[in-house]
Design a binder for this molecule. Structure first.
Ligand code: ADP
Length: 508
């Protein structure tokens, strides 16, 4: 029989808390219980300075639950709530705060309290946005985006990797940090194995997969034996993966969060200088309710919610192409509208996604022309646009006009400045993976496009345009910022292209 959360909680009530009087459940120290394939995951909140001393408590809790019939394994971790005086201290009063009964206050309670007072704990006027205490940034990394879900199994990790590859396909420098400590899956999804090299001292060099810089706890510990990893605190591990890794220059680092919206996720989110969070949800009602919980969690700590991605939104029959709304398509979209957040797009349920993931060959990188890859690239473009909107840097759509019988594109930007780019230049500098490859070394120099023309422009929301050329190429998604870059650096880029052609013995 499947184990239930109630059974686990009942057992954990037998474990005495650090005060040696009441039990850890009644003290409010146990996080949400996550059950996945017979495995049980939970965290116990302890004051950070007592983490080592309380290791036996963790072990006892783990042992207690593993004896339960039907439990295949247990992972209990000690987490530290943020303590006054540390970087994000304002957001929470910490585990050391005592409520009336003398028990440590549960972080969720502290959180709700700080939400009421304003996240900086000083109190905000009604309707006034509380200031978010900003954790230190990661040098060289422009934006950190978390991918979260209300629960496991909704395709969060699959979405995270394809979103990162989607950013890559838009010409952005992207990385992926697998912070799903319960089940790091990015090494498998990207077909990566081995361990990262140490560059200097304790700094690690991220691994590289399909042009993404990647770091995962999965590189550090054997998936089957998460033992080594249990001891250190979750947040500490996250901070190490974030700050002791030579990420280099990145436009965006996508963080695959652990599933769920409990204290672990909350603490992690607060420790990281997030530019925003993306929520992945399946269309089922239940998942939507969970997603809403997730949204509230991030809203409470004042992290911009960039939007919701609906995964497994519909089934497209591989034989006849017919679309079936197995779960009731559109639920997430309606929900997003209701909650006043952006709907970033829907990813169909498709066996190609599963099989390519299983094989470590992510679809966005390896089948860039496929419909599914395009779905992810469009989601990435929309996410980027939401990010720009949340920082107040989003450009209004320019006016686009095909000129010279398709020989060029006239662009009038929102601020009035105009540019004209040749179809040839746009074609050979397409941001598509076909042209850009997975790394600088793989980038293709496209020659022989002197006579190419623009056949069609199709707007992708109000953040990018897809250009179809006379040679059939149509997988490049040109964001406004990319068009602006091309316009601003027109002469240098064109000269560099001509030099490259010459060097490679190619002609226009
Ligand atoms: P999570 O990170 O939310 O636990 P995963 O990304 O690991 O979820 O996905 C769970 C399973 O569902 C994996 O086997 C994955 O290949 C599959 N999957 C995810 N998204 C899709 C999809 N759109 N179509 C088909 N299979 C999917």
């Amino acid at each position: 029989m499947a184990v239930t959360e109630a059974q686990v909680i009942e057992l954990l009530r037998r474990i005495k808390g650090p005060d040696l009087e009441s039990n850890i459940v009644d003290l409010g120290l146990v996080s949400e219980i996550l059950l996945k394939d017979g495995r049980v995951y939970f965290s116990i909140t302890v004051p950070p300075e007592r983490a080592n001393e309380l290791e036996p408590l963790r072990q006892a809790a783990e042992k207690m639950v593993s004896d339960l019939a039907g439990v295949a394994g247990v992972t209990a971790v000690l987490t530290a709530d943020v303590v006054a005086g540390s970087r994000t201290s304002g957001a929470s009063t910490g585990t050391q705060t005592r409520s009336g009964g003398g028990a440590p206050e549960h972080p969720r309670v502290s959180q709700a309290r700080s939400g009421m007072q304003g996240a900086n704990g000083k109190g905000a006027a009604p309707g006034q946005q509380p200031a978010r205490p900003a954790p230190a940034g990661v040098p060289g990394v422009r934006h950190l985006i978390a991918v979260a879900s209300g629960k496991g199994g909704v395709g969060k990790s699959t979405t995270a990797v394809n979103l990162a590859l989607g950013f890559k396909a838009l010409g952005l420098k992207a990385g992926l940090l697998d912070a799903d400590i319960y089940g790091p899956s990015q090494p498998k999804l990207l077909g990566l194995s081995g361990q990262p090299d140490v560059v200097e001292g304790k700094t690690l060099k991220p691994m590289e997969g399909y042009g993404l810089k990647v770091m995962s706890m999965g590189f550090m510990v054997d998936e089957a034996t998460p033992v080594i990893w249990r001891g250190p605190m979750v947040v500490q591990a996250l901070n190490q993966m974030l700050r002791d890794v030579a990420w280099g220059d990145l436009d965006v680092l996508v963080i695959d969060m652990p599933p769920g919206t409990g204290d672990v996720q909350l603490t992690m989110a607060q420790q990281v200088p997030l530019s925003g969070v993306v929520i992945v949800s399946t269309p089922q009602d239940l998942a939507l309710i969970d997603a809403r919980k997730g949204l509230n969690m991030f809203k409470k700590v004042d992290i911009p919610v960039l939007g919701i991605i609906e995964n497994m939104s519909q089934f497209i029959c591989p034989k006849c192409g017919e679309r079936t709304d197995i779960f009731g398509h559109g639920g997430a979209k309606e929900e997003a509208i209701k909650l006043d957040i952006a709907y970033l797009g829907g990813v169909p349920l498709d066996m190609e996604i599963r099989s390519s993931s299983d094989a470590g060959k992510p679809i966005t990188a390896l089948q860039p022309e496929s419909l599914l890859a395009q779905v992810f690239v469009e989601i990435a473009a929309k996410t980027w646009s939401e990010l720009e909107a949340s920082e107040g840097t989003r450009a209004e759509p320019p006016e686009l006009e095909i000129a010279d019988d398709g020989g060029s594109l006239k662009i009038t930007f929102d601020d009035g400045h105009a540019a004209q780019l040749s179809a040839e230049m746009l074609r050979v500098m397409s941001p598509s993976a076909e042209v850009q490859g997975h790394s600088e070394a793989q980038r293709v120099t496209v020659g022989g496009k002197k006579d190419v023309t623009i056949k069609e422009l199709s707007g992708i929301g109000n953040y990018a345009v897809r250009i179809t050329f006379s040679d059939g190429h149509n997988t490049g998604l040109y964001t406004w910022s990319y068009l602006n870059e091309l316009a601003e650096e027109k002469d240098e880029r064109w000269a560099a292209y001509l030099a490259e052609l010459k060097e490679k013995g190619l002609t226009r």
